[in-house]
Design a protein around this ligand. Structure first.
Ligand SMILES: [Zn+2]
Length: 162
């Protein structure tokens, strides 16, 4: 029998990918010719099952095109992007706000590491002092100023020092 005749027996309006097996009653893939559980022949042949699946899929290609006839469910698209800041806030984790201060700290550390190079003693002291000042400026700016601004409720501890 030509497949075009067989597609008539498919209820294409039914979006289900599964069917209850008439013999064992368990849910099985609708467009596979045999029941997965008891091998009951749901379709006279695999070709017919495939033709029925293609006809069924053609009715609603937008939703059904990604489906395999061996699937029992539609593919689920999960949005894996996580807003870590929102998540941390939700979990009550104190995350330091993203800012430019870490770059200042790194800049200070760069000078400090330059001071480790055996230049003359004066040059090393100057580099160390500059590095330390930039480093501390970065720490103070990052931890005290920005953190206090972003998290006013946590600021009691830092305000004691003033
Ligand atoms: Zn069965």
């Amino acid at each position: 029998m030509p497949p075009s005749k067989q597609t008539r027996y498919v209820d294409v309006s039914n979006p289900s990918l599964t069917v209850e097996c008439p013999r064992c009653g368990l849910v099985t893939a609708r467009f596979v010719d045999m029941c997965r559980n008891c091998a009951y022949k749901l379709w006279p042949s695999g070709v017919m099952a495939s033709a029925a699946f293609k006809a069924w899929r053609a009715v609603d290609p937008e939703h059904r095109s990604e489906v395999s006839r061996f699937d029992l469910d539609y593919p689920v698209h999960i949005d894996n992007t996580v807003d870590y800041e929102a998540r941390a806030h939700q979990l009550g984790i104190h995350m330091s706000p993203s800012s430019n201060w870490p770059f200042v700290i790194c800049f200070g550390l760069l000078f400090l590491s330059l001071a480790a190079i055996p230049f003359s003693a004066t040059a090393r002291i100057v580099l160390a002092v500059i590095g330390l000042l930039i480093f501390l400026w970065g720490i103070v700016g990052w931890v005290v100023i920005e953190d206090t601004r972003m998290f006013p409720s946590d600021s009691t501890e830092t305000e004691v020092h003033h």
